[in-house]
Ligand binder design. Structure first.
Ligand SMILES: CC(C)(COP(=O)(O)OP(=O)(O)OC[C@H]1O[C@@H](n2cnc3c(N)ncnc32)[C@H](O)[C@@H]1OP(=O)(O)O)[C@@H](O)C(=O)NCCC(=O)NCCS
Length: 177
């Protein structure tokens, strides 16, 4: 039977094995990992999926913020302004279960939980072709930069329409400010 639980410290080894299988051992060089270094996953939001006890899926969220680092005033951004966000990822499903809705269930459940926590702004690095169905949209290039100063052209954002857009000239940084 497939079931979902919040991630526990005892799941870490199984999650690492799944991530190595799905993303390969060089996964830690991915740009989004810089935002997750020394920035633990949020335990009451991150989920694991188990099929008959075996870990077959995981989804993690971390706290990040975007800080306006430019010393200029704009209508939508003031120097020193920050926005707290959730970073979704990694999301992984065991290859033999791809296409059976495990990823969809984990995303929908966790986005609901995030909404109940009052955190509806979610950022990730991933494929629009997959995440678009969950309401994620492409962040225009050069709006925000990663901690290493580089831009990321697969940056996707999901947020309520009424919220202001991501701070222009913002820098993405780990944790909440
Ligand atoms: C991406 C992933 C998490 C999806 O989980 P899943 O349980 O297989 O997905 P679901 O069953 O919920 O959804 C399957 C649908 O997503 C599509 N899909 C899967 N990966 C996709 C991708 N990278 N781009 C576009 N569509 C994708 C499938 O074709 C399928 O489409 P359909 O519903 O029209 O048939 C899983 O395939 C996986 O672990 N992939 C490798 C790791 C990865 O790429 N993770 C991050 C995604 S950027």
């Amino acid at each position: 039977m497939l079931c979902f639980d919040f991630e526990q410290p005892t799941d870490t080894a199984e999650i690492d094995t799944l991530l190595d299988i799905v993303f390969g051992p060089d996964r830690r060089v991915k740009s989004s990992y810089a935002l997750r270094e020394n920035n633990p996953a949020i335990r009451d939001l991150s989920l694991v999926a188990r099929l008959d006890g075996r870990l077959v899926g995981c989804i993690r969220y971390s706290k990040i913020h975007v800080a306006n680092t430019k010393k200029i005033h704009m209508a939508s951004a003031k120097p020193g302004q920050i926005q707290n966000l959730l970073l979704l990822g990694p999301l992984a499903v065991a290859p033999e279960l791809h296409g059976k809705g495990v990823g969809k269930k984990m995303i929908e459940r966790t986005l609901d939980t995030a909404k109940n926590m009052g955190q509806e702004r979610v950022l990730l690095v991933g494929d629009l072709s997959y995440y678009g169905r969950f309401g994620f949209c492409l962040v225009e290039p050069n709006i925000v930069t990663l901690p290493n100063g580089k831009t990321e052209d697969r940056l996707l954002l999901r947020q309520p329409k009424a919220e202001p857009p991501l701070l222009p000239h913002g820098k993405l940084l780990p944790g909440w400010a």
